[in-house]
Design a protein around this ligand. Structure first.
Ligand SMILES: Cc1cc2nc3c(=O)[nH]c(=O)nc-3n(C[C@H](O)[C@H](O)[C@H](O)COP(=O)(O)O)c2cc1C
Length: 326
């Protein structure tokens, strides 16, 4: 059974890779993940604010509390300083044989981009750029954030010879056009989708408080739809992050066009051995459906290849509403 895939120009023995998270903070854990079948690992993100020593600029629009006024952690509270991060890249490279993907979090081009060269020198095999951004400023035009993202991705890609993946949010008016523009700007891959951790309201303390809940398979559906829509249009790689928990989830993401499957919650919940369960389940499904390689069915159900494209479009909304019966 051939599970081999190509992601960001890297040849991987299987599509299962570890998504950006604290799972690679400890080299022993990373080695265990490799032993259990991870085809690549993605490190936690290093934030632009850590590299520039600046807080984000205060948002415009008087009276609106944008991210500029938000409470960022003190630098000492970040898990890795930039130097520690570089040392961790080196440690992971010495301990693992699989590719190590570094992760940077920024929403606009800036001096932080110079750090990418140091990641390359430290041995990183690729960089994932996470453009997490919540626009609270009503004076900000819709396309401003996207222009900034494109500039950041383009400048990052131009600064190194490493492949760059961009981790996207689903909250863009035209996700497909943005993904194509990112590819044209130099991205070697698109990762769908950033998972937004929505703050909750504490009704006793009358406070907003952050909540981190691990995902479940239900979150995959949004990603499947967009994998299916994006995959016919992109020549660069596509990875999914968010909601891959079972072998069936993996099969669905591959059928809709993913080249790589990022795993975080399932590994945090069940440990590195979940990788073996997923791999066996995928192989079992491939055997049952007489597929010898992943390439034989990847994208079979994308917007171009599926028998019913309307199921992915507006008509689906109507059909779903009509299908309700008590
Ligand atoms: C504890 C934790 C830490 C994470 N840290 C990062 C991070 O530093 N950078 C990033 O881009 N994503 C981070 N993520 C998001 C994951 O990479 C992933 O996109 C998300 O968990 C959805 O995938 P999953 O359903 O497999 O968990 C983190 C997730 C968790 C649970």
């Amino acid at each position: 059974m051939d599970l081999a895939t190509s992601y960001l120009g890297l040849s991987l023995p299987s599509p299962f890779i570890v998504g950006s998270s604290p799972l690679c903070d400890d080299v022993n854990v990373a080695r265990k993940l490799e032993d259990c079948g991870a085809a690549a690992v993605t490190m936690r993100s290093l934030f632009e604010e850590q590299l520039t020593g600046e807080r984000p600029p205060a948002s415009r629009g008087a009276g609106y509390a944008g991210e500029g006024e938000a409470q960022f952690p003190e630098f000492a509270d970040y898990q890795f300083s930039p130097d520690q991060y570089l040392r961790q890249v080196g440690r992971l490279k010495r301990s693992l044989t699989i590719p190590v993907i570094a992760s940077l979090n920024s929403r606009q081009a800036g001096t932080w981009i110079g750090f990418a060269r140091r990641l390359e020198e430290a041995g990183a095999d690729a960089i994932e750029l996470n453009c997490y951004h919540v626009i609270t400023d009503p004076a900000a035009a819709a396309d401003e954030a996207e222009t900034e993202m494109l500039e950041a991705a383009g400048a990052l890609a131009a600064s190194v010879s490493l492949p760059i993946a961009v981790k996207l949010s689903p909250f863009h008016a035209s996700v497909a056009q943005l993904a194509i523009a990112l590819e044209l700007a130099g991205a070697a891959g698109i990762v769908v989708f950033n998972r937004f951790y929505q703050p909750d309201v504490d009704i006793d303390e009358l406070k907003i408080h952050p909540v981190l809940r691990l995902s479940d398979s239900g979150e995959l559906l949004l990603r499947l739809r967009w994998l299916a829509i994006l995959s016919p249009h992109l020549r660069c790689s596509l990875a999914v992050t968010g909601g891959v928990h079972t072998a069936a989830d993996a099969v669905k993401a591959l059928l809709t066009g993913a080249d790589a499957l990022q795993l975080v919650s399932v590994l945090l919940r069940h440990g590195p051995h979940a990788l073996g369960t997923l791999r066996q389940g995928l192989e079992h499904w491939m055997r049952e459906h007489r597929f010898a390689g992943v390439g034989e069915f990847r994208g079979r159900l994308n917007l171009r290849n599926c028998h019913d494209p309307a199921a992915l479009e507006r008509a689906n909304y109507l059909r779903v509403l009509q299908s309700w019966s008590e």
